[in-house]
Design a protein around this ligand. Structure first.
Ligand SMILES: Nc1ncnc2c1ncn2[C@@H]1O[C@H](COP(=O)(O)OP(=O)(O)OP(=O)(O)O)[C@@H](O)[C@H]1O
Ligand SMILES: [Mg+2]
Length: 355
């Protein structure tokens, strides 16, 4: 299935705009603040039911309006069947509400999203997955695993709730006569849910380490589990009571990403990677998201690349065009020059949109 077209109505800075999307590659060009990222967000929104910025959802509607909608057409590549999608946005007394429609029939969010194509977004801000703290890396993996496994999502919520409760009990400290029994209850919940999280994380890391190369570059990832067990809880209790925080369990797992050079030496790109090496490391994660989603859902995901070319040299830009060849892709850039490179590296058709 591919995205054929999208119309944005009172969405972000677009009052009313229709865009056709190429089955292979669509390149959106425009100066700063023309709406390139907003258009990508519109595509993401119609396929995921949410925006991708950390802003309040009301901000998806154009300034000073209370209603907006996005319409899109998907096409089945084989039998050419068209599906019509629509999401209405309305600001009411209780904030923003969204209504989902498939073929003009109103649907619940889950049933609307169920049969759509999945999306992988790659934007410059996501470099934080590589260059910032471990908790951001953990969040990235949690979000991805939650998006493909509802059990993971549920257990993660349970785990985090239990963790907060357990920390509260640690705060009551040495004065709590019931300490052992109370902790025991939450320990069991943490072990039960945490073990599932660790198992699924381990599986995905194994997948990543079986797909290590992009072009001539090789990456690997090391997953360091913070093992969770009753014994470890007992061992660390005294220390935990002092600092009033739970020190054991997958909320403290670590992920380290390495670039492997020709002599097989490994370099941790969080600590030592250059900016472009970090970007390629992130792209390695993203390409694997694509491949994993494709094998999981048996459908090719749509790839959205927001302004990722500006910091890459010619060779790395070429490398990215070669890798995205198989997937329907929408890119944005301020550099019209990029079309030269597209003409060189891309054998299939493409369209450009000038904003
Ligand atoms: N709800 C909204 N209503 C109206 N305008 C908005 C809304 N939300 C964002 N904008 C504006 O839309 C404009 C385009 O934003 P966008 O992020 O898409 O730009 P861009 O083309 O990606 O620019 P850049 O090259 O700087 O990344 C900005 O001026 C932004 O302030
Ligand atoms: Mg932008």
């Amino acid at each position: 299935m591919i995205l054929k077209s999208i119309s944005l109505n009172n969405f972000r800075n677009f009052e009313k705009k229709h865009f056709n999307i190429n089955p292979n590659l669509t390149a959106i060009f425009g100066n700063n603040a023309r709406g390139k990222t907003n258009l990508l967000e519109g595509i993401y929104f119609i396929l995921k039911g949410e925006g991708f910025r950390e802003s309040r959802e009301e901000q998806l509607i154009i300034f000073n309006e209370k209603n907006g909608y996005v319409i899109a057409k998907l096409e089945d590549k084989i039998n050419k069947d068209i599906s019509n999608l629509r999401i209405d946005l309305t600001i009411g007394d209780f904030g923003l509400s969204k209504s989902f429609f498939l073929e003009k029939t109103k649907k619940g969010r889950q049933s609307y999203l169920k049969n759509l194509i999945t999306v992988v977004l790659f934007s410059p801000e996501q470099i934080e997955i590589i260059d910032r703290t471990m908790s951001i890396r953990r969040e990235y993996f949690d979000k991805f695993l939650s998006s493909i496994d509802s059990e993971y999502k549920k257990r993660l919520t349970n785990y985090n709730q239990a963790l907060r409760k357990r920390n509260k009990i640690l705060e009551t400290g040495f004065n709590n006569l019931n300490l052992d029994a109370e902790l025991d209850y939450w320990n069991k919940l943490l072990i039960d849910n945490g073990s599932y999280l660790i198992l699924k994380r381990r599986e995905y890391i194994t997948y990543l380490n079986s797909n290590t190369t992009i072009d001539s570059k090789e990456f690997s990832i090391k997953y360091i589990e913070n093992k969770i067990s009753q014994e470890r809880f007992s061992e660390s209790l005294q220390k935990e009571l002092l600092i009033k925080r739970t020190l054991i369990g997958p909320h403290r797992d670590e992920y380290n990403i390495f670039l492997i050079d020709k002599s097989a030496a490994k370099k941790d790109i969080h600590m030592y990677g250059s900016r472009s090496e970090q970007r390629l490391g992130l792209f390695w994660l993203k390409i694997n998201e694509l491949k994993y989603l494709e094998s999981f859902f048996k459908k090719k995901p749509l790839l959205l690349l927001d302004d990722i070319f500006s910091e890459l040299d010619h060779n790395n830009q070429k490398l990215i065009f070669n890798l995205i060849g198989n997937y329907q892709t929408v890119i944005t850039s301020t550099e019209k020059e990029l079309t030269k490179l597209i003409n060189l590296s891309n054998n299939s058709s493409y369209d450009t949109i000038d904003l």
